[in-house]
Design a protein around this ligand. Sequence first.
Ligand SMILES: Cc1ncc(COP(=O)(O)O)c(C=O)c1O
Length: 471
Amino acid sequence: LLGPDLHVDLDRADLRRSLQNVLRDAVRAGRLPAGTRLPSTRTLAADLGVARGTVTSAYEQLVAEGYLTARRGSGTAAGSVPSAAAAMPEAAGSARPRIRWDFTPGQPDLSAFPRAAWATATRRVLASCPNGDLGYGDPQGSRALRQALAGYLGRARGVLTSPEQIVVCPGYTSALSLIAAVLKAGGTRAGPDAGGPRIGFEDPSLPHHREVVAHAGLAVAGVPVDERGIRVGEIETSVVVVTPAHQYPTGVTLDPARRTQLADWARRSGGLVIEDDYDGEFRYDRQPVGAIQGLAPGHIVYAGTASKTLAPGLRLAWLALPPELVGPVVAARRMIDRHPGVLDQLVLADMIGSGAYDRHIRQCRIRYRARRDRLVRVLGERAPAVTIRGIAAGLHALAELPAGAPAEQELIAQAQQRQIAISGLAGHWISAPARRPGLILGYATPAAHAFEPGLAALAGLLTAVVRPGRG
Ligand SMILES: Cc1ncc(COP(=O)(O)O)c(C=O)c1O
């Protein structure tokens, strides 16, 4: 029996004392949590090249001190002493009230992750994939997943693409930074400006994505959004990032005339559109619109993600690229992370192929639709001064606050006092004149059992603090 592996750095001048010190420190610091089995004295002595008696006497001493426990038949294990980590004072900020009702946007209901379907697909993949699949994989993403995605995206989102044009990435964030790196290096027709092109972003939009682009060394410019989506006529950059199916965070959809206008703009100006279709699968009013990519596939980069359909922790997203961008993006990828984990890619490919992925999305759509209806109904009844904006889609709703309502930060702080987490619109604006106060409510975030009581708590807060406009 070889027992668990243990890293021990010994002072050869005093082996016994040094071994004691190392083990004692490891238990104290929590590196060997209580119950962790230690190697047998014979094994550890052989590993360290010391006499077995040295190890035996060190173990005995530490058992006597309480740092280790020894039980006949089950060997020696780490004892339970207060670890350094446990003794640390509470970090600053951790005194905040515990959150019971989480309505922050950006997450699906993680308790609805299709564990059984994922396990079935994993078993099938492990039983069938050749050993070679576990080696370094294709930097573009596994062929099986790219094939499955090409079919899925065509069928479900109206994307015109092929497996050869798809690149799998560990999340949209990674996908966007890859594209930004390519644009910065001048690897496309959209990058003639010195220092790389400026990138247009919807105003408002998710600040993190603008930071990703800025981090790559590119400048960012805002393009206003109104009730019909991004104002295409006001794009002044050669590249623009858009969320046409469900604008983030306002929740409006890009209207048909603007969709055509955007595709025409890209075609005519030689510009590049990056379409972030982060929650396109979730539309509840029976008027689903496909991706705009299909209107000008040579000029639009389509980006999709599993972060809303499955779970953000998977880190799986995909790009459908105009053909000439594939080479530069894959080359940039080689410099960063080779490729996302192969097993997860194969499991997702299996789930798409078996229909389990579509089934899961359909089930989620029903659930999230019911939640959105409840949110609109309950807030409409109990906090009528708050206006829910945007179309019936996605996993979040924008709640616009009336004039005279408390400032966003004040509301967020008051919510926290009631153990509710919500998010404000403030950080999403690019230009100051456009600002309006609002809350972004992630109604998919709570687990199923927490949704109704959470909604009641949220309505209670808004009833109490938001009164109809006073001017
Ligand atoms: C607007 C928007 N786009 C894309 C994403 C997905 O990002 P990722 O795939 O990195 O999780 C999110 C997630 O919150 C989002 O809000």
